[in-house]
Design a protein around this ligand. Sequence first.
Ligand code: FES
Length: 76
Amino acid sequence: MYVCICHGVTEKDIKKAAKAGAQSLQDIKQATGCATGCGTCADVALEVLQNANDNVTPDFLKILQPKSKWQEQATA
Ligand code: FES
């Protein structure tokens, strides 16, 4: 999933940078270039970074992911 369209930075790129030691939006900017263009991706990039070490899917991505089989059965 692309987080930054200006620089083609993905969620995976941000998680990789976090794993390499990025701890702030500034670190992500330096490591990936994310949020150094129009800047509209900054909040999302920060949310991905904050969740990176917890391996938690950020809320903004949950709505884009297909439902699991049990979720489909629960709503049927
Ligand atoms: S979308 Fe990331 S800087 Fe524009």
